[in-house]
Design a protein around this ligand. Structure first.
Ligand SMILES: NC(=O)c1ccc[n+]([C@@H]2O[C@H](COP(=O)([O-])OP(=O)(O)OC[C@H]3O[C@@H](n4cnc5c(N)ncnc54)[C@H](OP(=O)(O)O)[C@@H]3O)[C@@H](O)[C@H]2O)c1
Ligand SMILES: [Zn+2]
Length: 340
């Protein structure tokens, strides 16, 4: 039996372990993917540290997968061996609940699955996913370029394109990490006036190159006051996993402004109700996107040149890549590759 390598976690908070497993065949409705690249997302902490309820260990994290369809299970229509495919955080849905029938697969309440949590993900040579979780990767994107777009990319692309902000309006991106550095690029390419908010001054020249026309150092400046000086934000996309920092930007929303939270923080969010009410401001969360949203994010990236800045690691150095990401030192997305 031919073997594959996986980087698994055997208990919440446990270390990554490199082990060999048999390469399984995909069951009905499933596809096996030969993983070429897998991004290391901050949300992999949910698997690694056991922050998501009910995870069954050992588990292989990874939901920013780019690879090649390697085997197709019974009853799968539309996918053939050799096609380039990606799998993101959205790892499957029921197809028949009210949300799915409306085409909103990400809010499926019946059988929503998360890649790398509900089943093994992409820190591996091969992975198996439901066919409904796959996105087609276009020509013009390498696997290393495509992988981070399968979560960091689609989450920011999709939240921004559904944000209600219009051309020329002020859009602020809080947190310049894996998601944030893509969000700045998407927001600029979508025609918004972009403000980047990050700690310290070292990221300023970089975010300006990515398309931000304003920079706020939230260590040294009051980000809400600075946003108001610019007229108030139509949208603030919060990618920083820190609700203290998110609370601090809230008053920088303009009238009808919207705070969209994608970063996952442990502590509760502090909100004052009067500014929300008087300015008809709103707060919403945004969960990634469906596979067709991912395809749109990939195509938009090819069209506009949006790319993640990546640091590439071989699969067996997943622990190092993960630690670098968790310490905020990665520039700006770690990507694991399986080539030996
Ligand atoms: N909603 C969704 O569908 C979805 C999808 C993917 C990820 N996520 C979540 O989104 C968050 C970001 O993920 P990621 O992969 O981009 O993580 P990441 O690469 O680790 O980046 C997080 C960034 O947030 C910045 N940050 C943290 N605290 C800050 C503060 N007080 N002020 C300003 N910046 C701050 C960090 O900056 P420093 O460099 O200063 O440390 C870091 O660059 C995570 O919580 C992740 O779980 C959600
Ligand atoms: Zn993710």
């Amino acid at each position: 039996m031919v073997k594959m390598r996986v980087m698994q976690v055997t208990r919440p908070g446990g270390p990554f372990e490199l082990v060999e497993r048999e390469i399984a065949d995909p069951g009905p409705g499933h596809v096996r993917i030969k993983v070429e690249a897998c991004g290391v997302c901050h949300s992999d902490a949910m698997t690694k540290e056991g922050m998501w309820p009910g995870i069954r260990y050992p588990r292989v994290p990874g939901h920013e997968i780019a690879g090649i369809v390697d085997a197709v299970g019974e009853g799968v229509a539309g996918w053939t061996r050799g096609q380039r495919a990606g799998v993101g955080w959205h790892g499957g849905h029921c197809g028949y609940c009210d949300s799915c029938r409306r085409g909103d697969f990400v809010t499926c309440q019946i059988a929503f699955q998360v890649t790398g949590i509900s089943y093994d993900g992409g820190y591996a040579d091969y992975m198996i996913a439901p066919a409904g979780a796959l996105a087609l990767i276009p020509e013009g994107l390498s696997a290393v370029d495509a992988a981070p777009l399968m979560c960091a990319g689609v989450t920011t692309f999709n939240s921004l394109r559904n944000s209600g902000a219009r051309l020329g309006e002020l859009v602020a991106i809080l947190g310049v990490g894996g998601l944030g550095h893509l969000a700045i690029q998407y927001a600029a390419k979508m025609g918004f006036r972009v403000v980047a908010i990050a700690r310290g001054t070292d990221k300023e020249p970089f975010v300006r190159k990515l398309g931000a026309s304003h920079y706020i150092d939230n260590n040294d400046q009051d980000p809400a006051q600075e946003l108001l000086k610019l007229g108030g934000a139509r949208v603030i996309l919060a990618t920083a996993p820190d609700n203290t920092a998110i609370s601090a930007v809230l008053d920088g929303l303009g009238v009808n402004g919207k705070l969209i939270i994608v970063g996952v923080a442990a502590e509760p969010l502090q909100v004052s109700s009067i500014p929300l009410i008087m300015g008809r401001r709103s707060i919403m969360g945004w969960p990634s996107g469906s596979p067709i949203d991912s395809q749109d994010a990939l195509s938009f990236s090819v069209l506009t040149g949006v790319r993640a800045m990546t640091q590439v690691f071989p699969l067996e150095r997943a622990a190092e890549a993960y630690d670098l990401m968790m310490s905020g030192k990665v520039r700006f997305r770690a990507v694991l590759t399986t080539a030996q």
